[in-house]
Ligand binder design. Structure first.
Ligand SMILES: Nc1nc2c(ncn2[C@@H]2O[C@H](COP(=O)(O)OP(=O)(O)OP(=O)(O)O)[C@@H](O)[C@H]2O)c(=O)[nH]1
Length: 467
């Protein structure tokens, strides 16, 4: 996302303030210019950018920094607070029975978001159901059904019925046992009258507790008009911004949220059902500014570890901590990391690793390669016997040949996996000693919950296990 640039360019400018205890008007001008440049480039509305930069300028010059606060930290805090203020709170979504309707243009990501949100609610212990009323786009029914299956949630749709209002009504009846009803609606290329009529009718039948507008992060200034029109017809209570994993600018969607006085409910960060995050303004801005977002990371880690534990009740992390780090342990860690989402996103959330940190020193495709390797390692592990998984050091050439045949992977890859395991085993101890306070607390949490410290720490290190 282009907004990411804000973090890196701003850090560069702010770094010039290092060592200074007072800031001049010139310094402030420079910081503000940098913010303006990044936000305008990211498609944030001009008047919004001006308002924000005026506030920052005024505060930085008029407020007295608390004694002992370096100028850089003082300005960074003001920028952070003003950005959080601009973005506003997260949409309130109580964890209780409710009906949510999704609206948005074609391709904005409604169907995907419906399944993701259902998955998210199911992880919070609720029983969600997705109701697909899109009779306009051929294929919408199958896509929604498949996504709901992947999310393991209830689904209702009817490919033989061409009346979306009727489907909505029947869908609510058919899924009455569910707690959270998520109603997906059809999109069009543009805001056409028939789309608006249709969604208004569905809204009357469904009577949602909240309607969320789904916006593609790539949308520019057009987002404003869309948001206003949908708001007028069905009342928008919150926004889901999708495709934040891409190169999208993001600023248009943020502007729309501000213009319609709504708030952000969720962020979509990929095509899989688990690629969704509840929007947390503080965490979001911290990440943007490269300050790390431990809150969000800990949530993902916890969720991932819970799932790993559910599947592998017999796995004892204590063994690993006592030095017996087997391939089974390694597989658990890879599974846990897969569940946390793409590695580069996880890294963004760790202070010091994300923007401006270690990650920036890696080549752009380093993370993809890493995930590709993890996938081939998984295939290889599936072809190994229990004994080989427990005692990887005993795997000899004839076994390597057999595993290569079984997994369809070159022998080289199998040796690479064994080598990687050895490295991880060695680094495990090292990383437990060398982490900062936040990381140590987090690792402890992982360990208590059935994970281990080695994998996460290892992932970040340049020469670490997954690096
Ligand atoms: N990379 C990425 N792709 C996404 C995300 N959300 C949705 N997509 C993709 O965007 C495309 C459109 O998403 P859909 O969910 O079909 O969009 P829709 O709004 O339901 O589309 P209509 O039914 O035609 O109105 C699909 O290929 C999705 O996989 C996201 O967060 N990241």
């Amino acid at each position: 996302m282009v907004l990411d640039d804000l973090g890196s360019s701003l850090r560069g400018t702010l770094d010039k303030l290092r060592g200074k205890s007072r800031i001049s008007e010139e310094d402030v001008e420079e910081v503000v210019k940098e913010i303006q440049r990044s936000l305008l480039q990211a498609d944030v509305d001009v008047s919004l950018v001006m308002e924000l930069s005026d506030n920052i300028k005024q505060r930085a010059l008029e407020e007295e920094p608390p004694s002992g606060t370096p100028a850089r930290d003082f300005v960074l805090r003001i920028v952070y607070e003003e950005l959080v203020d601009l973005i506003g709170d997260s949409t309130e979504l109580p964890l209780e029975e409710q009906t949510i309707m999704l609206a948005g243009l074609q391709g904005s990501g409604k169907t995907t978001s419906a399944a993701k949100m259902a998955w998210w609610f199911s992880k919070k212990g609720l029983r969600p159901a997705v109701i697909q009323t899109d009779t306009f786009r051929p294929g919408a029914y199958d896509q929604a059904k498949q996504m709901a299956e992947r999310a393991e949630v209830e689904f209702y749709g009817d490919p033989d019925n061409d009346d979306p209002v009727d489907i909505a009504r029947k869908g609510l009846e058919a899924t009455e046992d569910a707690d959270v009803h998520i109603v997906d609606t059809a999109g069009r290329h543009a805001l056409e009258d028939d789309l608006i009529d249709e969604i208004e009718e569905i809204e009357r039948v469904v009577d949602p507790d909240v309607s969320l507008l789904v916006l593609d992060a790539a949308i520019g200034q057009g987002a404003k008009e869309q948001a206003q029109q949908f708001d007028e017809s069905v009342g928008i209570g919150g926004v889901v911004i999708t495709k934040l994993d891409g190169t999208a600018k993001g600023g248009g969607a943020l502007t729309a949220v501000n213009e319609t006085d709504s708030s952000i409910a969720f962020l979509g960060t990929g095509e899989e059902v688990q690629d969704i995050e509840r929007f947390e303004p503080e965490g979001f801005i911290s990440r943007l500014l490269g300050m790390g977002d431990l809150g969000s990371l800990v949530e993902r880690v916890e969720r991932a570890m819970e799932e790993t534990q559910e599947e592998e009740e017999d796995w004892d992390p204590e063994d690993m901590l006592q030095g017996q780090f087997t391939l089974k342990d390694m597989k658990k860690q890879m599974d846990a990391m897969n569940r946390m989402g793409p590695l580069d996103q996880v890294m963004d959330m760790i202070p010091g690793f994300g923007g401006g940190g270690l990650k920036d020193q890696l080549p752009d495709d380093a993370m993809d390669v890493t995930q590709e390797r993890m996938r081939s390692f998984e295939v290889i592990m599936d072809s190994m016997t229990d004994d080989e998984m427990e005692n990887p050091r005993s795997v000899g050439q004839s076994q390597v040949e057999r595993i290569a045949r079984g997994s369809g992977q070159p022998e080289e890859k199998i040796r690479e996996l064994l080598q990687q395991h050895k490295m991880m085993e060695q680094t495990l101890k090292q990383f437990q000693g060398g982490m900062d306070g936040d990381m140590q607390r987090m690792m402890k949490k992982m360990q208590q919950q059935g994970g281990g410290g080695g994998g996460m720490g290892g992932m970040g290190g340049g020469g670490g296990p997954f690096g």
